[in-house]
Write a protein that binds this ligand. Structure first.
Ligand SMILES: [Zn+2]
Length: 144
C-alpha cells in the first residue's frame, strides 16, 4: 500500500528546498498513514497573521515567533513543511499516533536520502515526542 501526494500537496511544495521535497516525496511512499502538505513556503505577512491568532485575534496561539523556517532563506528556498494526516484529525484520540506515523516515515526517508531533519514535536531529537509540551506535530524542517 503506497499513498501519493495530491495535486494540492505538490503545489504547496513549490519553493521548498529540493532536499526536503525529496524527503516528503519518499515519505509518502513508505508512510503507514496517508498525509497531505498543509503549508510549505510562508510569507512574513502570513506569519504575522498566525502570530496575531490567540493574541489580538481569536483562536488558539499557534506560534511563538515572528520568524520562521517556512520563510524563503538566503538559498532561495523555504526550509520547512507542515504535514497532516489525511483525513485531517486535529482532535481525535488517534491524532498523535497518526502524526507519529508520519514522523517515522519522514525520518526513515531522511535517513535513506542522507538529509538531516527536525520535527516540531521533538525539537531535541531524542525520540520522545511532546515530552516538553511541544505542540508543532505537523512541522518538519531541514536540520543543521
Ligand atoms: Zn511549520
Amino acid at each position: 500500500m503506497a499513498f501519493r501526494l495530491g495535486a494540492q500537496s505538490l503545489a504547496r511544495l513549490k519553493g521548498v528546498h529540493p532536499q526536503l521535497v525529496r524527503v516528503v516525496q519518499r515519505a509518502i511512499e513508505i508512510s503507514a498513514v496517508d498525509f497531505l502538505v498543509l503549508e510549505g513556503v510562508r510569507t512574513p505577512q502570513r506569519q504575522r497573521e498566525l502570530y496575531a491568532q490567540g493574541r489580538t485575534k481569536p483562536g488558539d496561539v499557534v506560534t511563538w515567533t515572528l520568524t520562521s523556517n517556512h520563510f524563503v532563506k538566503s538559498d532561495g528556498f523555504g526550509h520547512a513543511v507542515d504535514l497532516a494526516p489525511w483525513p485531517i484529525d486535529w482532535e481525535g484520540p488517534t491524532r498523535f499516533p497518526k502524526f507519529d506515523a508520519i514522523s517515522r516515515a519522514m525520518f526513515a526517508a531522511a535517513e535513506e536520502l542522507g538529509v538531516k531533519i527536525r520535527w516540531g514535536a521533538d525539537w531535541d531529537g531524542d525520540g520522545k515526542p511532546r515530552e516538553r509540551g511541544e505542540t508543532d506535530s505537523p512541522h518538519f524542517e531541514l536540520g543543521a
